[in-house]
Ligand binder design. Sequence first.
Ligand SMILES: [Zn+2]
Length: 518
Amino acid sequence: MPSLAKQLRIIFTSDVHGWLLPIDYATNQQTKRGLGILSSAIKKRDPKSSILIDLGDTIQGSPLMYYHHLHRKIFANPVAVFMNRLRYDYFIPGNHDFNYGRTYLKDFLKQLDVMPLCANIEDQHGLLVKKGYDIIRKQGCKILIIGLTTKYIPNWENPKNIRGLVFNDPVLEAKKIIDKHKDEVDLIIVAYHGGLEKDLQTREKFVEDTGENQGFKLFDSIPEIDILLTGHQHRIICEQLSDTVVLMPGSNGSHLGIIDITIDEHGGKQIKPSLIAAEELEPDLELMAQINDIERANQAFLDEVIGFVPDNNLFIEDPQKARIEKHPIVDFINDIQLEASGAMVSATSLANAVTGFRHQITVRNVLSTYVFANTLTVVQIDGLHLKAYLEKCATYFILEDGEVIVNPSYSYPKLEHYNYDMLDGIDYCFDLTQPFGSRVVSIKYQGQEVLPTQTLTLVLNNYRATGGGDFEMLKNLPVIREIPFNVAELMIDYIRKHKTLRVKAKHNIKLITKKEDC
Ligand SMILES: [Zn+2]
């Protein structure tokens, strides 16, 4: 007797961040990650018995997409080209998909032959996301698919990029939809651009429960979910617990999530999750060739020499050391922010991986030194909040046998060295022999100790100005003005204008490692 079991496959990507071609643009070397590799496995799917989903943070994060956002009228959006050819079924917007602004996102969605899905975005003008969930039949199986994104987006994003959008609680929205439809469907899939706040097995806390990551809450409070697809934290997760599978496929096209489902004639389900690593696959040359034109133009743009460093002091050998000792490239970024804003104090950080500049500076060097699509915000800050801000920065360090090392909580569960800020315009001192919260022993502006009630103007990126990275003390500061330019663009313009960069390290951050005077 033939088997009546139905076979179904769910395939998904997340946090591709514009990594389409397997190239590390900082060095132009081949890498083993990118959608142009994962596609070798995606292409083998049978659309009749499979569903292909992208979980967002897709259109921002690579030099190719930076180039595209500058030339979007000339070239088709390369992410849309890839996703359309691979016949994706659903796209869930992630936080970074808003970074290049509404028009850019709208333009992308217009080109995309894929259904955007997000149940917790209330779109007051109905421009971006029209549908929160979908119910479809595949292989005779009735499936509910719910799209969700992190509700924390308004804490980071430039307000003008998300005007008219309300970000509701994803857990409440998912519950409502599931309660309404659970009795009529065979399978429930939740696709959430957000991560896990707790360990699924031990329930141990990974990160503060700010609402940025609510994957555990979804898993724990809605047992009807069969498949929980997650992202945003760039982790590699493939777990099967009680009746739910939970996956997260890394970032930049490092992994592909696959869930195989067998449903027998009595409705019994067998669900098997797995991940395929891009390292095990070969590049998909046919797909990659579809974006040859823009890639050629992008490469020429990246290689243009725009300036020089006569003192050869802006190259970063060791990013860790560059933070501990405050590399002159930090002074350089802060100098540009101070010049662009007229503020008294400037703050910046270095991305997890940064290159800095050798003797000649190309656009490629700038984009691999300032990798975020941040704009700037000028706020007013008093001495009290400034101290709280610096206390948070001081948690980056710990002392081990008198040696300064980086606090491991900046490496796990997520690599986030970019959450250590370095400020210019003031001189300050951390006493690392003291506990967290009592380490800032001196903050001087123009040689004078800053008083708790004294106000200063501070320029910082929009992510941090909205409290991103758990900088609660910065969240509600009075905003003086927004500077709607990308920091990398400001750097490129500055270097083009000045050509020769002479940057002096200011050595304005002092770290005390044993009892001594500051
Ligand atoms: Zn994200």
